[in-house]
Design a binder for this molecule. Structure first.
Ligand code: PLP
Length: 403
């Protein structure tokens, strides 16, 4: 059976994501892998976790990989490994999933939001430099936020939608100021810079999420940290099991950040297909670009910009439009699923009011939050579905979508 939208007759349905379409051809292989784990009754940190760690390290061009319980926990344990604590500050983007900043605050540290780049929606190196140059003082090796007195310790760029942030610039800034870099690569496994370096392998620690909606998705929660630093790898491994090394002897306080063997078994099967899925996502993106161009709605619909030479893995295909909410409603009526990533930038979230940001502090992020819309981009989309989406976006801007 194929997804409903793939049939040749009848109304076309285009969900934002159709995981059943991905599962169907892999069913036997995945069920076999799950059965193998059941037969061993070894459920935590077993051979499948080790295999997945080795393969993800290789895939990401990193030396070490440490499987953890989720993308959020990967970020949390990464900051713990870098000793981020109360009194510290971590620079990040306000235009991301909540977890990026949530983990900073959970450790008692302070998120510092710098604005994003207008074209890629990724953290802007210029904004980060401006913060460091104009709002911080340097004492020897300490960078102090003049307003709060906090010590700036790290930069956490996010590779949003599957396209890498400007890691060359961030590496450079981090070196100049003596800061650590944690890559939030939750949406970007396999994404590459023009120089061929892969997401996760450039900063001190890179963090992946295998949440089901990510390009490599588990059957539940799972995540991974990668690093080229042997000492950090060891620290991450110890922190993952409550800081016990050897077991029951704790010189540091960690948590339960373990990865399930069942999830690893599923992910080992799926990883073998990731490059094919990425290629299909890229082709779908290209097809949308062409269709929108052919419809002559370039002025109303700004399609995603791929930085020259980069490998964008299109976890999301996000257009920038006027009358976004009306367009979304129109598409919903046509059976087309969309999503807004993200409707409220983090510097405007209620829980971060105490940080004292105003909307105007990150105007580019604030504007993006009102204009971006993610369209279905999953690998199994048919031509008919892609055309259906493009047609209805075009119809909306031809004035037929408002009534
Ligand atoms: C999904 C995501 C996370 C969190 O990953 P989970 O596995 O859901 O905990 C963190 N950051 C970004 C940018 C994400 O997209």
């Amino acid at each position: 059976m194929q997804s409903s939208g793939a049939s040749s007759g009848g109304p076309v349905e285009v969900p934002l994501l159709d995981l059943k379409a991905q599962y169907e051809p892999l069913r036997n292989e995945i069920e076999q892998a799950i059965r193998e784990v059941c037969d061993t009754q070894r459920f935590v940190l077993g051979p499948k976790v080790t295999e997945l760690e080795q393969r993800v390290a290789e895939y990401s061009h990193a030396r070490f990989a440490i499987g953890v319980s989720s993308g959020t926990d990967a970020l949390l344990v990464a900051l713990m490994a870098l000793d981020i604590a109360p009194g510290d500050e971590v620079i990040t983007t306000p235009y991301t999933f909540f977890a990026t900043a949530g983990v900073i605050a959970r450790l008692g540290a302070r998120p510092v939001f710098c604005d994003i780049d207008e074209t890629t929606f990724n953290l802007s190196p210029a904004a980060v430099t401006e913060f460091l140059e104009q709002r911080c003082d340097r004492y020897d090796r300490r960078v102090v936020d003049r307003r709060t007195g906090g010590t700036v310790k790290a930069i956490m760029p996010v590779h949003l939608y599957g396209q890498m942030a400007d890691m060359e610039a961030f590496t450079d800034i981090a070196k100049r100021y003596g800061l650590a870099v944690v890559e939030d690569a939750a949406q970007a496994i396999g994404a590459e810079l023009a120089n061929g370096r892969r997401a996760g392998s450039i900063g001190d620690i890179g963090c992946f999420s295998f949440f089901p909606t990510k390009n490599l998705g588990a059957f539940g929660d799972a995540g991974m940290c990668v690093t080229n630093d042997e000492k950090l790898a060891e620290r991450l491994r110890i922190l993952r099991v409550h800081g016990g090394e050897p077991k029951y002897y704790h010189s540091v306080i960690g948590g339960n950040f373990r990865l399930d063997e069942l999830q690893a078994a599923v992910l080992c099967v799926k990883l073998g297909h990731l490059d094919d899925w990425t290629r299909a996502r890229q082709e779908n993106a290209k097809r949308y670009d062409e269709l929108f161009k052919a419809e002559g709605i370039g002025a109303e619909v700004r399609t995603p910009i791929v930085v020259e030479g980069q490998r964008h893995i299109f976890n999301q295909y996000v257009i920038r439009v006027s009358r976004r909410d009306e367009l979304r409603e129109h598409l919903r009526e046509q059976g087309i699923g969309t999503e807004i990533y993200y409707p409220v930038p983090l510097h405007e979230q209620k829980c971060f009011e105490y940080l004292g940001y105003a909307r105007e502090d990150c105007p580019v992020a604030a504007a993006a939050a009102e204009e971006t819309l993610a369209l279905p981009i999953y690998p199994e989309l048919t031509d008919r579905q892609l055309e259906h989406v493009a047609d209805h976006v075009a119809m909306f801007y031809a004035g037929q979508g408002t009534g």
